[in-house]
Write a protein that binds this ligand. Structure first.
Ligand code: PLP
Length: 445
């Protein structure tokens, strides 16, 4: 009988995930799987971490819900204090909601309200990047540049968003172009877009520091984000960085922007904040933005029933404490270096692996039909999905993506092991992944 639950694939019901234990998932097919991507880079502490479960049980006994119109709660206050300890990059306040998309909507509204508060209501446009993903709600979807996800909904999406090229050196840097020249070209494109729109109509430039779900762990070239920030500063616009996937330790620093020499005005977080123990997302905002609201109307004209939910905040607080108290950033850096080394050893010379890239414990391979021309495989072959299925047969969960390459589809597969991964775990993940790649490619017509 068909499941009554709406599944991602309406024609095929997936197996049931029955139990999670550290890096492993046990399922209704009787299989034990290494969760090598934590879902979509979510389960940053693996499954069933005892400290997180204890914190959730304690919160449950104390308070499960209180509405924010009347109350704040201890777990949300403590989470904000911990995440903003030392006011990293001048970020001073945390707004909490229940997902990455909701957090992106909050960032869009907060940035718009900021300019309304300071008497610049004509700022009504955002510039984001092609081949980006910022969530599936209508505002976040409009902000993103994933043509495939947007196509059906295009007529009902806001036209407040325009898009420039991402920093995607593997495909877009010219053969004789230096890194500096490529960055300068991208900065000039952003500047031209400000000029086209009218510089004093732009609210913000929006980007993922390490691109996740559309390109697969694409890092920017050195100097890129500084150049983009300089363009925003020249025109008084804000910088919104979407760290839903790459933030909260995933790339080896607590915030991915720490490795870019810039600080955002608003940062969007979600997956690594609560590690999947509860649905939670949030935005971190700086003095510039929050003071304007506090000194102006005195309220953020936005909110949700479940914002700053006590249970979600308690789970995230425990996750964040574990990351800090158990020195997991150092483990991400060490295991990330090993993951890179093993992937390059196993797949670096593979004739269908065009690029292996990433940072920290956030790595992807881009598959091509031909390494010379970088031509992708025919999308109808669904290579990324074949790799996912072959990996599952080998006891590994990875995250497949049909990323867009200038309107065409390409195949990327992402690995995002938990921050607690050991060297042995990394070896097992790469061995199973490498074999899955071979199996999937051997089975192509
Ligand atoms: N932003 C980025 C960079 C993401 O990767 C995602 C989800 O994959 C989102 C936003 C949306 O988050 P959610 O699926 O929690 O709504």
């Amino acid at each position: 009988m068909r499941s009554h639950l709406v599944q991602r694939n309406l024609r095929q019901d997936p197996p049931l995930a029955l139990r999670g234990e550290g890096i492993f998932l046990h399922d209704s097919n009787g299989k034990t799987i290494i969760d090598g991507s934590g879902g979509a880079a979510v389960a940053c502490l693996g499954h069933g971490h005892p400290r997180v479960l204890d914190a959730m049980r304690a919160q449950m006994d104390q308070l499960t819900y209180a509405h924010t119109a009347l109350y704040s709660c201890e777990s949300a206050e403590a989470l904000a204090d911990l995440v903003l300890e030392g006011e990293p990059g001048g970020l001073t306040q945390l707004y909490l909601c229940s997902s990455g998309s909701e957090a992106m909507e909050a960032a869009l509204k907060l940035s718009r309200q900021y300019f309304w508060e300071i008497g610049q209501p004509n700022r009504q446009k955002y510039i984001a990047r092609r081949q980006s993903y910022h969530g599936n709600t209508l505002g976040a979807l409009a902000a993103g540049g994933n043509a495939m996800r947007k196509a059906i909904y295009q007529p009902i999406l806001s036209d407040a968003f325009s898009h420039v090229a991402p920093c995607y050196a593997y495909r877009d840097r010219g053969p004789a172009e230096s890194d500096a020249d490529y960055v300068a070209r991208l900065a000039a494109e952003l500047e031209a877009e400000f000029q086209r729109l009218g510089p004093d109509t732009v609210i913000a430039f929006i980007a993922e520091p390490v691109v996740g779900a559309t390109l697969g762990c694409v890092t920017a070239l050195p100097g890129y984000f500084q150049a983009m920030r300089a363009v925003c500063d020249r025109h008084g616009a804000l910088l919104i960085l979407d760290e839903v996937m790459c933030g909260m330790g995933r790339t080896g620093t607590m915030h991915a922007w720490e490795q870019e020499g810039v600080t955002p005005d608003i940062q969007v977080v979600a997956k690594g904040l609560g590690g999947g123990y509860q649905p939670i997302g949030g935005i971190l905002a700086n003095h510039r933005v929050m003071d304007a609201l506090r000194d102006g109307s005195g309220a953020f004209m936005h909110g949700h029933t479940y914002q700053a939910h006590p249970m979600a905040a308690a789970a995230a607080l425990a996750v964040q404490r574990v990351i800090r108290e158990e020195g997991l950033l150092a483990n991400i850096q060490a295991m990330g270096a090993l993951l890179e080394q093993r992937l390059v050893e196993r797949l670096g010379n593979h004739r269908h692996v065009g690029d292996i890239r990433g940072r920290g414990l956030f790595w992807a391979a881009e598959f091509v039909k031909d390494r010379g021309s970088k031509a992708p495989f025919d999308p109808a072959l669904k290579l990324n999905d074949r790799i996912k299925r072959a990996a599952y047969d080998n006891g590994l969960a990875c995250y497949p993506m049909a990323g867009t390459i200038d309107g065409r589809l390409g195949d990327h597969v992402l690995l995002a092991p938990p921050y607690i991964a050991t060297a042995q775990d990394i070896d097992s993940i790469v061995a199973r992944f490498g074999d899955a790649v071979d199996t999937a490619l051997a089975g192509l017509p």
